[in-house]
Design a protein. Structure first.
Length: 274
């Protein structure tokens, strides 16, 4: 995706780049000033991301972001690194009826999208994966504390773990890149300070798991975030692809689910403070 034609204009953010949202960290140090504002339009949503659609009788809330002089190119470069060109296009919009700004409008907004229930403002904290999804994972974990010989408790924990990873992949996509290659995006979470500190706080020992396809070894180490995110992801892969299950799987699944749930909740709380 190319830069907007007038990078000297401020940026109107209505989604993931608003202060307090998942991707504001990318431009935070380049931001000089932010002002709340509205533009004419309505919001649609496709796969969890908002799309601004031009409309002359409704208004959408957002934030007008001014960048430091000389840093505009860097700031817009950070924005286009995450926003795929097949989803958005640059346009100019009047904010608060008087100030022109660059904005990302949705492309083919009618295809695969739906109207937001509250079309005036988007908030990533309200994503159902981050709220109801996490609540469901907590409920399943609480209701299945022990292994049973019918494997039902293991299957339920596997379902919960898969749901948790759906939420984590949603988080990584909104924070790092909206395009494809989910694994690459997920692994970037290991670089977050909050992940590292929460990992140390919630994991008390080193343990290992092996791939069910090539028997590669993956290590959970509270002092090594990169190895640990790969470990948790491999547990997910084993749960999805494995055929035969054994009692030991339950302990691995329960421990991983319990730890990763706490870590992810810490990530969400920290991220939405930014």
């Amino acid at each position: 995706m190319k830069l907007p034609s007038k990078i000297d204009l401020p940026f109107f953010a209505y989604g993931i780049f608003k202060p307090g949202q998942l991707s504001f960290f990318r431009i935070k140090e380049l931001t000089k000033e932010t002002i709340e504002g509205t533009v004419y339009g309505i919001l649609k949503e496709r796969d969890g991301i908002p799309l601004l659609v031009e409309h002359n009788s409704h208004k959408v809330k957002g934030c007008l972001i001014y960048f430091y002089s000389g840093k505009e190119n860097d700031a817009y470069d950070q924005i286009i690194k995450i926003e795929p060109g097949e989803v958005y296009r640059w346009s100019e919009v009047k904010v608060n009826d008087d100030m022109m700004a660059n904005v990302l409008l949705g492309k083919r907004e009618q295809r695969g999208s739906s109207d937001l229930e509250h079309f005036k403002e988007w908030d990533g904290k309200s994503d159902p994966f981050f709220r109801e999804g996490i609540e469901e994972v907590e409920t399943i974990l609480k209701d299945n504390p022990d292994f049973n010989l019918e494997y039902r408790s293991l299957f339920r924990l596997q379902m919960a773990y898969t749901l948790l990873w759906s939420a984590i992949e949603r988080y990584a996509g909104l924070r790092y890149h909206l395009g494809k290659n989910a694994t690459k995006k997920v692994l970037q979470i290991a670089n977050e300070k909050c992940f590292s500190s929460s990992l140390k706080r919630n994991v008390k020992c080193v343990r290992h798991v092996f791939s069910t396809t090539d028997l590669s070894k993956y290590t959970l180490d509270p002092n090594d975030p990169n190895k640990s995110i790969n470990y948790y992801y491999q547990v997910r892969s084993n749960a999805v692809h494995r055929g035969k299950v054994v009692t030991h799987d339950f302990d691995t699944m329960k421990s991983s689910l319990k730890e990763l749930l706490k870590i992810f909740k810490d990530l969400l709380n920290e991220t939405f403070k930014e």
